[in-house]
Design a protein around this ligand. Structure first.
Ligand SMILES: Cc1cc2nc3c(=O)[nH]c(=O)nc-3n(C[C@H](O)[C@H](O)[C@H](O)COP(=O)(O)O)c2cc1C
Length: 194
């Protein structure tokens, strides 16, 4: 921020900035519920965040939605949904580490698993479900056989680092296949299974 702009904010403005820096990266304010639901997602560019918020909406807006980077304390929740995006065939390394480190208390609370990936913009097959859900999210968390869904995601060139952006643009460019209706439906399915 330029010095002139900072000075222009005055004391109140600086106070507001300080408060902002303490706030969560994402705070979704759902409806209150006696059922304690949370969505924890790992994302690079936001697709898994959007899917997570829409899944919560499908649940009726009763799940808090957290970015793994916020390092939330999820022990107070009874029902937890885990999601991650895919790069180079793998979930985000940080979610793998988190699931392995916390599996002992987390595994019995997991009610759903989801993945967001590009999959060459082709429909999701049972092999893809196995590769990303069974062999990664479920294996790392030791979760039971809970409902899961693999969503087709999106790529936004402006959010990528320059070398990756150039590679993307040379290979067909941006796409957006993430559907809110699919996320809502998955949220509704989770509620029925809980
Ligand atoms: C550098 C890079 C690597 C990717 N690798 C894969 C991959 O191996 N398999 C796949 O299905 N999708 C892959 N994708 C597509 C992403 O999974 C998809 O864009 C997803 O929506 C990204 O989620 P995010 O916005 O939450 O980060 C890749 C995307 C990028 C930018």
């Amino acid at each position: 921020m330029e010095r002139r702009t900072l000075l222009g904010l005055g004391i109140a403005g600086i106070g507001a900035l300080a408060l902002t820096s303490q706030a969560s990266a994402l705070q979704y304010y759902p409806k209150s519920s006696d059922k304690k639901w949370a969505v924890l997602f790992a994302t690079w560019c936001g697709s898994s965040r959007d899917a997570g918020v829409w899944i919560s909406e499908g649940l009726g807006g009763i799940a808090d939605v957290y970015d793994l980077r916020e390092n939330p304390d999820l022990k107070k929740f009874d029902n937890i949904i885990i999601g991650s995006s895919i790069r180079s065939g793998k979930v985000k390394p940080e979610i793998k580490q988190y699931l392995e480190a916390n599996a002992s208390w987390l595994k019995d609370k997991i009610r759903g698993l989801y993945i967001v990936c590009g999959n060459g913009q082709k429909p999701i097959t049972p092999e893809i479900e196995k590769k990303y859900v069974t062999d990664q999210l479920q294996a790392y968390s030791s979760a039971k056989d809970v409902p899961s869904h693999v969503f087709l995601g999106r790529v936004t060139a402006a959010l990528l680092d320059p070398p990756i952006r150039e590679a993307l643009l040379s290979r067909g460019g941006e796409y957006d296949n993430l559907k809110r209706s699919e996320s809502l439906a998955f949220g509704q399915e989770l509620l029925k299974h809980a």
